[in-house]
Structures are given as C-alpha cells and as structure tokens.
Ligand binder design. Sequence first.
Ligand SMILES: [Zn+2]
Length: 104
Amino acid sequence: MFRLILLAVREIERRNSGALPLSYFAFWTVRLAGWLPRFNACATCGKPFGKQPAYQAASHPGLLCEEHRRSGMKPVSFAAGNSRNALRENAWTGSMRQSKRYPR
Ligand SMILES: [Zn+2]
C-alpha cells in the first residue's frame, strides 16, 4: 500500500495533474481490498457476459446477467461495456507503466 501511495504522489507531481494517478490509486485500493466487482461476468452465477448485456443498479454491487437481473436494473451501455473491457485489460496500468516509475 505504501508503494501505491508513493507512486500516486510522484505521478501527481510529475504530471502536474491528479486525475489519472488518483483514478489509478482508487482503482487499486478497491481491487487490493477485494471490493472490486467482476466486470466481465455475472455477480450471481459467474457466467461471462460475452456479447450479452450486463445489468446494474446503484443499490446492488456488481453486474448481473439477463437471467439474474432484478427489477429496476438498467442495461450497461455499449460505451460502459468498453470501459469494462478497459478495466479488465488494465489500460490504466499500461499508462502508468509508461511513466517508468511503476512498481514491479
Ligand atoms: Zn447470472
């Protein structure tokens, strides 16, 4: 955790902007704590979404498939689906690695 804090502070200083480093810090804090939901599979049954829509609601953690969606849940948009893929592929990590200060 100390290395993550140190990385974020150095990147804020180097970039003179906190947007990406703070997003990176928040993402990894949630992930390391074990609170990050899966973005590519149903939180109830674990079935991968593939090309099928995922459903979400602010009152429910994680994304659900068509079969397990609850009333009031809304489908995640295509743009959000791309974000799901970006998170899965650790796009932010790649960007932070380019800084050469990424902890190994
Ligand atoms: Zn399901």
